[in-house]
Design a protein around this ligand. Structure first.
Ligand code: UDP
Length: 261
């Protein structure tokens, strides 16, 4: 479960202690944690995951994934249904922090504070196009390095060494769920000097322009999944058909209606 000592206020939504912060506040935490991690001996990076329907369903069905989620220091609300369910509690979430949006809060904060990013995941082509887009959008953003995501546990040591040598403050990890969460948990001890390891799913596909975001009205209604399913029904139709009912059950059953942490 997210690190209670980190002082991040949380509310339990679908069994996951979800950070009750805004995107700007989360970006400020990133800066503080990364500056503190630089050169500090014996600290390990914070692992920052996100909660959405797919992850909630997976955590309910798969003990290994659930255990990985418990390793996170911070979990933020990536999906609108998480924010809507938090309204059942006395301490609702202030806003949705979709990772695709949070990247921009993080990039602006990183430019201001001189933090650097390592971009891990996706195909070589999409990874490279995403980095190009990052640099185009934020010309002063420091990209410490990048690596595609078609890797296995046998590559952990090599890729981690590459990241540590790059001096990156934040490692963005887009390998798809659950692969990316497992990668973070397996490698966090190796990544000395890194402040944050942040999972980011389909972020590079959006930045590279391979996939479009849903219209804002659909995002607000919590229907981004529907837009994605209609855009890519063969890959995502089955995913949402199976995960949505399970996620809905867990959102209702395991959202803490009264307690504040
Ligand atoms: N991906 C990867 N390695 C793999 C499988 C997937 O790097 O072994 C990448 C894939 O190229 C994509 C990203 O993981 O850029 C996210 O995958 P997916 O679309 O499944 O995630 P979602 O955003 O739907 O959670």
């Amino acid at each position: 479960m997210p690190d209670k000592s980190s002082g991040v206020p949380t509310v339990v939504v679908a069994g996951l202690a979800t950070a009750r912060v805004t995107g700007d506040q989360l970006a400020e935490m990133m800066v503080e944690d990364c500056l503190a991690a630089r050169g500090a001996i014996g600290t390990r990076p914070k692992v920052v995951f996100s909660s959405n329907g797919q992850g909630i369903a997976l955590a309910g069905a798969d003990a290994e994934f659930s255990a990985a989620m418990y390793e996170a220091d911070i979990i933020h609300a990536d999906g609108m249904p998480v924010v809507l369910a938090s309204k059942l509690t006395g301490t609702p979430l202030p806003e949705r922090i979709a990772t695709t949006d949070f990247f921009h809060n993080a990039a602006i904060a990183a430019v201001r504070s001189g933090l650097s990013f390592f971009v891990l995941g996706a195909t070589e082509k999409q990874n490279s196009a995403a980095v190009d887009a990052m640099v185009r959008l934020y010309p002063s953003l420091k990209i410490a390095g990048r690596h595609h995501g078609y890797i296995g546990p046998e590559d952990d040591e090599r890729v981690s060494e590459m990241i540590v040598e790059s001096g990156a403050d934040v490692v963005w990890v887009a390998l798809g769920k659950p692969r990316q969460e497992y990668w973070c948990v397996r490698n966090r001890e190796r990544l000395t000097g890194v402040g944050w390891i942040k999972t980011c799913g389909g972020l590079y596909a959006f930045l590279a322009g391979d996939v479009r975001r849903a219209p804002t009205w659909m995002q607000r209604l919590g229907l981004e999944w529907l837009y994605r399913a209609l855009e890519d029904p063969r890959r995502l139709g089955w995913r949402y058909l199976t995960t949505n009912p399970r996620a809905l059950y867990r959102l209702i059953r395991y959202t803490n209606r009264s307690t504040e942490k």
